[in-house]
Design a protein around this ligand. Structure first.
Ligand SMILES: Cc1cc2nc3c(=O)[nH]c(=O)nc-3n(C[C@H](O)[C@H](O)[C@H](O)COP(=O)(O)O)c2cc1C
Length: 237
């Protein structure tokens, strides 16, 4: 118990790594954390792709907006929602199924989030640094790089390696803004709690501009996802 909380409390995203490679036994432990993670119905509609090939890492780095730390990380774990293998399994056991839809996607997203988070904690427990990488800004391009079939959609990746530089802890919302008891309190108190936190606001002024104003990155993500899930999932949204 103490192990995880102290590791989590020290968490900071690491974007600079030494060239030290990660032994296979550690990769197995990190993957095992995802494999044992809870999943809706225990279905595990995802595949984890272990990427070490410098060429592939470079292509993925470019596809996510030229994030050099993706190319330079010794190890990249790509988490993709995967209903292809389950549809194939259904065929083999003689069950006729329809195209996975929006519900399948949403449940897959939650499952991928949990599985990747469990892996990230074990990686940090083992002394590695990690950063989550958003693949949802360009999912179809990444799907093509990795040769993903229909019904498989990349969501996030984890870069993993020995930290070369450890930045300071990033702020988090105060508990009053994040937690309510029994029922929702109110948005004004929550906003005031955040406003009163100088460190948080130093970050949030910029982040809110970048995420909540019209035509920002989040809208782009929406459009790309929209296009890609039509192509990969036949989902009409
Ligand atoms: C779903 C998700 C996507 C993220 N995508 C990226 C990314 O593409 N590139 C990156 O450098 N960091 C990415 N991050 C890391 C966040 O920027 C980071 O967690 C946040 O700023 C808080 O900093 P900390 O992790 O150091 O505490 C992502 C984190 C999450 C959870």
């Amino acid at each position: 118990m103490e192990c995880c909380l102290s590791t989590i409390s020290r968490h900071v995203s690491i974007r600079e790594y030494t060239s030290e490679s990660i032994p296979e036994e550690h990769v197995k432990k990190i993957i095992e954390a995802s494999r044992r993670a809870p999943s809706a119905w225990g279905l595990q509609p995802y595949t984890i792709i272990i990427v070490r090939d410098p060429r592939l890492k470079k292509d993925i780095a470019e596809a996510v907006g030229g994030q050099e730390h993706v190319a330079k990380a010794p190890l990249l774990l790509v988490y993709a929602i995967d209903y292809a293998k389950l549809v194939e399994l259904a065929k083999k056991i003689g069950v006729s199924v329809s195209d996975p839809g929006l519900g399948h996607l949403i449940i897959g997203l939650v499952d991928v989030g949990i599985a990747s988070a469990w892996a990230s904690i074990v990686a940090e427990e083992l002394g590695y640094g990690i950063t989550f990488i958003a693949l949802y800004s360009n999912p179809c391009r990444i799907a093509k790089i990795l040769g993903l079939p229909k019904y498989v959609l990349p969501v996030v990746a984890l870069t993993i390696g020995k930290p070369a530089r450890r930045p300071g802890l990033q702020p988090r919302q105060p508990v009053e803004a994040l937690v309510d008891y029994e029922k929702y309190s109110n948005v004004v108190d929550k906003a005031n709690a955040m406003l009163g936190d100088r460190e948080l606001m130093a970050k949030y002024r910029r982040v809110i501009e970048l995420t909540l104003k019209p035509n920002t990155y989040y809208d782009l993500v929406g459009e790309e996802m929209y296009k890609c899930i039509r192509e990969y999932f036949n989902v009409k949204v």
